[in-house]
Design a protein around this ligand. Structure first.
Ligand SMILES: [Zn+2]
Ligand SMILES: [Zn+2]
Length: 385
């Protein structure tokens, strides 16, 4: 009887246990530091260097970590340097926090909570922060959305960041962590103490965006769509029903709504000829080109090339531009900033200011989706690239 009850309890735990509320994030992943300096801000940490060597690190104490061949050299506050193969710092309380910087960058302190693992990796230090998902999400919202925004907009960014986090939990699994902290995954420059950003994460806890089949969506976003978003299939290889073209009246007066760029006529024509265009087409249509609604190609006569290719070559803000000649220059007048797929951040900011809820904002930019608790969503089957 007792065994049966234990078995039922275990099965119930397996079924109802929520997905991990912790995430392992590689920090300082874009700079591959050779050394790092850590100081404890709150609580106390236990430093475990393996082979039974451990130390307590109290508030205000410093730990200096650097590469020493294939090992780590560690100095705790004023103690002696010792060598080890790996290091694990675990917080002794829920509110344990530390600050970390690259050894060489005295201005670059970032704050983290949770634990820190450090191992040598290909000539640098691999620093992995094992942290609470809520504080990770608020850190991402701070890095991607910025401070001082309306709560409904911050909640929108929080649900997007959480959807991305769960969809890509396996992305770096073979490297020993879940996500990196730069834009390859999501920007995360440490935790934030901004209460409105923290609240955006906590009040949407566990919420993710799913398609009609309950699978987590690709929650693409960009700065400004210029009044019309782009179908995913026009930019990437795979179309998605929720990443479709929508008309956006909300972002038209925002900071990145319009842009202008001047290129010399000679440079423009040389670029087109190098791209396979003959002069007849240049004169007939390409120098007087406009887009009332978004087009995918720049074409005249029998010449055509993807607008995306021109955007990449000249570093343009978007593919949504017109072409006209003024004197010996080509003037590009453009709309929007970014790839244009999915949520338009400046439109979402305006919608929040107009009184729309985060659910309405998400429903507007990703038509046909639903917001679910992560345990109601379809598990991610294989690591997306
Ligand atoms: Zn990454
Ligand atoms: Zn827009």
């Amino acid at each position: 009887m007792i065994i049966k009850r234990i078995l039922i309890f275990c099965l119930a735990c397996t079924f109802f246990t929520p997905l991990s509320s912790q995430v392992k994030v590689r920090v300082f992943s874009d700079t591959s530091p050779l050394s790092a300096l850590l100081t404890v801000d709150e609580g106390e940490y236990l430093l475990d260097a393996g082979y039974g060597k451990s130390s307590r690190i109290r508030r205000g104490e410093l730990v200096f970590i650097s590469r020493a061949g294939n090992r780590l050299a560690v100095k705790i506050h004023n103690g002696k340097i010792f060598l080890c193969d790996s290091l694990y710092l675990s917080g002794s309380a829920d509110n344990s926090r530390f600050s970390l910087r690259e050894g060489e960058n005295s201005a670059g302190w970032r704050r983290y909570d949770g634990d820190l693992k450090c191992i040598p990796d290909l000539g640098s230090l691999l620093l992995i922060n094992i942290c609470d998902a809520d504080s990770y999400i608020s850190g991402v919202v701070m890095a991607e959305g910025g401070p001082g925004r309306h709560p409904a907009y911050l909640k929108t960014q929080a649900v997007i960041a959480r959807t991305y986090m769960y969809r890509h939990m396996n992305r770096h699994l073979s490297d020993g962590f879940n996500l990196c902290d730069n834009i390859h995954c999501q920007a995360f420059k440490g935790i934030t103490t901004d209460p409105i950003v923290q609240e955006a994460s906590i009040s949407t806890r566990n919420e993710v965006i799913a398609g009609p089949d309950s699978a987590l969506i690709i929650a693409a976003f960009h700065s400004n769509c210029g009044g019309e978003t782009v179908c995913a299939g026009d930019v990437w290889l795979t179309p998605q029903p929720y990443l479709t073209r929508i008309t956006d009246p909300h972002c038209l007066n925002s900071r990145n709504a319009l842009w202008r760029k001047s290129i010399t006529l000679t440079d423009w024509i040389n670029y087109l000829i190098k791209s396979g265009c003959d002069k007849k087409n240049i004169v007939s249509g390409l120098l007087n080109f406009s887009q009332k609604t978004r087009l995918t190609d720049y074409k005249a006569g029998d010449f055509s090339m993807p607008l995306k290719q021109i955007r990449d070559h000249f570093g343009l803000r978007s593919t949504f531009f017109s072409v006209a000649v003024e004197g010996d220059s080509v003037i590009l007048k453009g709309r929007g900033y970014g790839h244009g797929v999915g949520l338009c951040q400046e439109g979402a900011i305006e919608m929040a200011l107009k009184g729309f809820s985060y659910r309405q904002i998400i429903g507007f930019y990703y038509p046909g989706v639903k917001i679910l608790g992560i345990n109601e969503a379809k598990p991610v089957e294989k690591p997306p690239l």
